[in-house]
Design a protein around this ligand. Structure first.
Ligand code: 6GU
Length: 227
């Protein structure tokens, strides 16, 4: 997969994408991430990428020109499956969105800012508008990182244990069961006996029961939807 991220804050991506699982995916050449600075494409002599909104009221709007030029350049180099715009008024990103997008070859993510981007850019270029929840962030960068992380980790080969993405909370519509590691007793609190029993079948049953119980208690909305 190739991910092209369009942002006015490219430095923000240096941390998350150079550590842990994402770094692994990049090193294994499962994913290629290209961060583009929108400001590099402005034709404005003062290097501006935003301007005052038409009409009364405060607020800056991202200009169409630099972003359109950048997207045109990328599109001339390859076909894109999706051109995503991060915005609090988009469809809510969830595990199903991550799974679907993980099957794509080339994706652009445009990080939104200020009061938004010129509507003509949304109309002419964007194929999908996504939000990560009902709250407002200062910019779309964190949302783009969240989405990229969720998308990349479900691509086969990214996780060391291939089955672990499939047993995640949400993949099955169930929350994950509790897990334990050494020591068997900590300050008088013991690991459930069943986990030390060596009986894999019984343990699998216990985990499913725990998942069901946890989902029913913590996420009755998910529990209702179980088949
Ligand atoms: Cl995608 N962008 C911004 N600015 N705020 C958000 C968001 C996106 N998703 C939730 N809040």
């Amino acid at each position: 997969m190739r991910l092209d991220i369009l942002t006015i804050f490219p430095e923000m991506f240096e941390g998350p994408f150079s550590l842990s699982m994402i770094k692994r995916a990049i090193n294994k050449k499962i994913v290629e991430i290209h961060i583009h600075n929108i400001r590099d494409y402005t034709a404005d002599k003062h290097k501006r990428v935003d301007d005052y909104a038409y009409g009364p009221g405060a607020g800056m709007v991202m200009m169409i020109q630099p972003i359109a030029d950048l997207i045109d350049k990328l599109k001339s180099e390859r076909d894109y499956d999706e051109i995503i715009f991060t915005t609090p008024d988009g469809d809510t990103f969830n595990q199903e969105t991550a799974n679907t997008l993980s099957l794509k070859e080339n994706i652009i993510i445009l990080c939104g800012h200020y009061k938004g981007v010129d509507q003509r850019l949304r109309d002419m270029y964007i194929t999908k508008e996504l939000s990560i929840g009902d709250y407002v962030l200062t910019g779309g960068e964190l949302a783009a990182m969240v989405m990229s992380d969720a998308i990349i980790r479900v691509i086969p080969g990214v996780l060391s244990d291939e089955t672990s993405a499939l047993t995640d909370s949400f993949q099955s519509g169930l929350l994950s069961p509790p897990v334990y590691t050494r020591p068997p007793v900590y300050k008088g609190v013991a690991v459930p006996d069943i986990l030390l029993s060596g009986n894999d079948k019984e343990i699998a049953n216990w985990r499913l029961e725990q998942s069901l119980e946890k989902t029913r208690n913590l996420r009755p909305d998910l529990y209702e939807k179980l088949p």
